[in-house]
Write a protein that binds this ligand. Structure first.
Ligand code: ADP
Length: 166
């Protein structure tokens, strides 16, 4: 069975991520979408929220499993019986970071491969950080994220607003 791991922060998952997930899931038997627990980042959504949103947003793709992991990606990939990492590529800015990451992983674990999917033109400008910023200032995100994420963003912004007022 060919298993691949699509890793990322997914804070929150966007339509750009979903496009990469759908396209790569179509080429493997099983795609594990793995949310990285990054101790150095203060996310907007908790790990549990990000996993739940991804599970909801990928519910109609039968061979996708959502999970989370901490530590080294190559070790997680091995622990799941996979050898293939899937990442998305947007503009040049992604390239340098992804190139470095892929080579670093290769330097410690030569058997693990990283494959890249080029973003669809309409999502080339789309990032989780951009979505967070739009939502924070009340901008419309309907065309950028799955409906469950749009709702979760509205609820989160409401809660944050209430907390600052208290
Ligand atoms: P990370 O913090 O690991 O970069 P992200 O959640 O930001 O996590 O991104 C996960 C993966 O999805 C990365 O490979 C990133 O390049 C890719 N990605 C993010 N947004 C898009 C998009 N709009 N189109 C294609 N790929 C994307």
């Amino acid at each position: 069975m060919r298993t691949a791991v699509c890793s990322g922060s997914f804070d929150p998952v966007t339509k750009g991520h979903i496009d990469i997930i759908k396209r790569s899931a179509g080429l493997v038997d099983k795609l594990i979408v793995a949310v990285f627990i990054n101790p150095n980042k203060q996310p907007l959504f908790t790990i549990e929220e990000r996993v739940a949103l991804l599970a909801e947003a990928t519910r109609d793709i039968p061979n996708v499993e959502v999970d989370s992991f901490s530590g080294l990606l190559n070790e997680y990939v091995r622990s799941r019986g996979a050898r293939l990492i899937i990442r998305g590529l947007r503009a040049f800015s992604d390239f340098e970071y992804e190139f470095q990451r892929a080579l670093l992983i290769k330097s410690i674990d030569p058997d693990i491969e990283t494959a890249f999917f080029m973003t669809r033109g309409e999502y080339s400008y789309l990032s989780s950080s951009g979505v967070r910023e739009l939502a924070r200032f009340g901008g419309k995100v309907t065309h950028l994220v799955p409906p469950c994420v749009e709702q979760a963003l509205a609820a989160k912004m409401n809660r944050l607003q209430k907390e600052t007022e208290e």
